[in-house]
Design a protein around this ligand. Structure first.
Ligand SMILES: Nc1nc2c(ncn2[C@@H]2O[C@H](COP(=O)(O)OP(=O)(O)O)[C@@H](O)[C@H]2O)c(=O)[nH]1
Ligand SMILES: [Mg+2]
Length: 316
């Protein structure tokens, strides 16, 4: 079984265990012992989905879908409800292909700008991505664009050493855009394939942060017209609906091209992916499922739907 579905899927399943248990236990306790399908059952299921942070509109849509499949049920069985939930969620996630990172090999280097609030998981995601790309034989350079805290530069430096990729750093309090510019020059000189840019998640004020990030974008664009090729917004999945709010704020000002949902392994709120998918135009491209260097996965909507809802056949 494991061989057939692949290692990546197993990791996603493991990562989503808390979310899956939350839904599985919830459905069982709502449905078991109920002699008929009634209004209160639907209300309880909707509440369960809300606690999984799928968002109000999404919870309603899922329950509406589930109600349609319930027309043939004589009395509700947990297995039937779970199967209905699975297919409702699968429908919502869609079956379109994974949204791949746009790392145009013609463009050396392709620039990946990584943004998000403090603690979201930016630096860790960058390390994971750098490890993956350099494992594929790509030349990677990192830019320590979080100059607000010296510890941030040091943390990126440690990861860079571990992964074995060069990092361009500035001094504490240095102009972040200037550091990023130097990093781009260095990446061009080294004929690197990819430059990944770390950034601050907090400055004195939010306005200052947005201005700094916009300045970084301008500096990149001036030196390399198609840069940044990707602007990835990292969101902390454990913050649930808050992540959605952040996505709107950053998305409006910074031209986000993809989302990274980090810390999916640490939360029962994995349902937030559904809300994000339904409410935002930007695709989730990567998910973080642990603190290790290999714990980064391409986001596959269909696999996600399968991993989020328990199936009565799989004994976990
Ligand atoms: N469990 C788990 N922890 C993560 C994941 N990604 C990041 N973290 C942890 O979240 C914390 C903040 O991450 P960091 O990359 O420093 O966030 P940044 O401030 O956005 O750069 C660190 O303790 C990371 O180990 C993930 O996918 N899963
Ligand atoms: Mg950081």
């Amino acid at each position: 079984m494991i061989g057939k579905i692949g290692r990546g899927f197993t990791k996603l399943r493991d990562g989503l265990r808390k979310s899956r248990d939350h839904l599985g236990d919830g459905i069982r306790s709502i449905v078991s012992g109920r002699s008929a399908v009634d209004e209160s059952m639907w209300e309880e299921i909707e509440e369960l989905l809300l606690r999984a942070d799928v968002g109000a509109g999404t919870a309603e849509a899922i329950v509406a879908d589930l109600r349609r499949s319930a027309t043939g049920w004589s009395r509700p069985e947990p297995a039937e409800v779970m199967e209905g939930l699975r297919s409702a969620i699968a429908d919502l996630m869609g079956t379109d292909d994974r949204a791949a990172l746009n790392l145009d090999p013609e463009d050396r280097p392709a620039v990946v700008l990584v943004i998000g609030v403090n603690g979201a998981g930016k630096t860790t995601t960058i390390a994971k991505l750098a490890a993956r790309l350099s494992g594929e034989g790509k030349r990677v350079v990192l830019a320590a664009g979080d100059t607000y805290r010296m510890a941030a530069t040091e943390q990126l430096g440690e990861w860079a050493d571990r992964v074995g990729v060069p990092v361009v750093k500035g001094k504490e309090g240095a102009d972040a855009a200037a550091v990023v510019f130097d990093a781009l020059e260095s990446a061009i000189a080294r004929e690197a394939d990819v430059l990944i840019v770390d950034t601050a998640g907090r400055l004195h004020t939010k306005t200052e942060l947005m201005e700094e990030l916009q300045k970084i974008r301008r500096v990149l664009e001036r030196r390399s017209p198609k840069a940044p090729h990707e602007t990835l917004l990292v969101l902390d999945a454990t913050t649930g609906q808050n992540a959605l709010t952040q996505a709107r704020v950053f998305g409006e000002t910074l031209g986000v091209t993809g989302l990274v949902l980090a810390k999916l392994d640490g939360t029962a709120k994995g349902g937030v992916v559904l809300a994000i998918r339904r409410e935002l135009a930007v695709p989730v491209k990567l998910v973080g499922v642990g603190e290790g260097i290999e714990d980064l996965e391409d986001f596959d909507p269909a696999a996600f739907a399968r991993a989020l809802v328990p199936s009565e056949e799989s004994a976990d």
